[in-house]
Design a protein around this ligand. Structure first.
Ligand code: XIL
Length: 325
């Protein structure tokens, strides 16, 4: 084994990347780079509810199955992303949740169908994605699941999930847990208390997913802040997955070599901290090359998340020219 996965595999960890089935089909160089560098893949879109069941009852499993076939052929694990995410609910389901609050049946059908189909093939799942919102009193985001079922939706999802995949690892995945600023600090506190609460209630998660969308506009990660958090999660008996690593640049006008060094330094700082903690089991980047990064997608630019960008963000391991479209 070589490439990025080699070192981590020696430590009982893995390196993985998010990838889409269409990219795999179109880009042989990308397939090769994944095989050489990764021990796992995460479907970037295909396992989200809106992608799977855009029309009620008509599941579109083919893209996931394509990704799984590639994974099987090359001995890669597959990270299931994601069961419940407020931003990826098919419109019909969203309408149903609004019109019939409390009716769990459509969530049950969806979860049962997906978990049973991939039982024994996908062993770890982001059960709930992006549940935290510290502007709410109970720190829980008012997503359509919360609105339909109240704060209990997370416990309920865990019970449902366990019933269909008793041996799987279920993960609470979230963002902005990495930096030393009032927002991230509050989010880490909220995350810890949510994890503790679930442990007390008998619906403990096996894992925490830290998306780790690093951001040079937020300064630098530091050990004084991150280490105690990682240890507190480990003390709860939980594993930690770095699930969507990439770097948002702050100054796209600097020379390329300067920019690349800044990106690589920040990743190095982050990995030096997290990989000291044995409970960190895997590191996944959100794509392998800059040109395939969601941060450079048209959608992202249109949303103008960080102001209009004039140059391509270079926050992933490979340069954009590696896997030309
Ligand atoms: C993003 C994908 O990268 C995009 O291609 C898609 O259009 C929207 O979702 N946090 C998550 C991921 O948990 O699922 C998101 O992925 C990026 C932010």
């Amino acid at each position: 084994m070589s490439g990025l996965n080699a070192k981590l595999a020696g430590q009982g960890r893995y390196f993985g990347t998010a990838v889409r089935h269409d990219q795999l089909a179109e880009l042989p160089a990308l397939r090769q780079a994944i095989v050489s560098n990764c021990g796992a893949i995460t479907p970037e879109i295909e396992l989200k509810w809106a992608a799977l069941e855009w029309e009620r009852g008509r599941f579109n499993f083919q893209p996931v199955d394509d990704l799984l076939a590639f994974a099987d052929k090359n001995g890669l694990a597959v990270h299931g992303h994601t069961l419940l995410w407020g931003q990826s609910i098919p419109p019909w389901a969203q309408a149903h949740l609004e019109q019939h609050p409390g009716d769990w049946s459509i969530v049950a059908t969806y979860m049962t169908t997906v978990l049973s189909r991939y039982r024994g093939r996908i062993h770890q799942w982001d059960l709930v994605n992006e549940a935290i919102d510290t502007s709410e009193q109970d720190n829980l985001r008012r997503n359509p699941f919360y609105k339909a079922f109240g704060p209990q939706y997370i416990e309920r999802a865990m019970e449902e999930a366990r019933a269909h995949a008793p041996d799987a690892t279920f993960i609470l995945n979230d963002y902005s847990l990495e930096y030393d600023n009032p927002v991230d600090n509050a989010r880490r506190r909220a995350m810890l208390s949510l994890l503790e609460q679930h442990k007390r209630n008998g619906t403990a998660f096996e894992g925490l997913g830290m998306q780790a969308h690093l951001d040079l506009g937020k300064g630098h990660v530091n050990k004084r802040i991150l280490r105690p958090f990682l240890e507190a999660v480990a003390d709860l008996g939980m594993e930690i997955y770095i699930s969507e690593l990439d770097v948002q640049e702050a100054d796209l006008s600097a020379p390329r070599d300067v920019r690349d060094q800044r990106v690589s330094d920040e990743v190095q700082r982050f990995l030096d901290i997290v990989l000291e903690v044995p409970n960190v089991k895997g590191v996944t980047t959100w794509g392998l090359s800059d040109n395939l990064s969601w941060l450079n997608s048209e959608e992202y630019k249109r949303l103008d998340v960080k102001g209009a960008r004039s140059a391509e963000n270079r926050g992933l391991p490979f340069d954009g020219c590696w896997f030309p479209r």
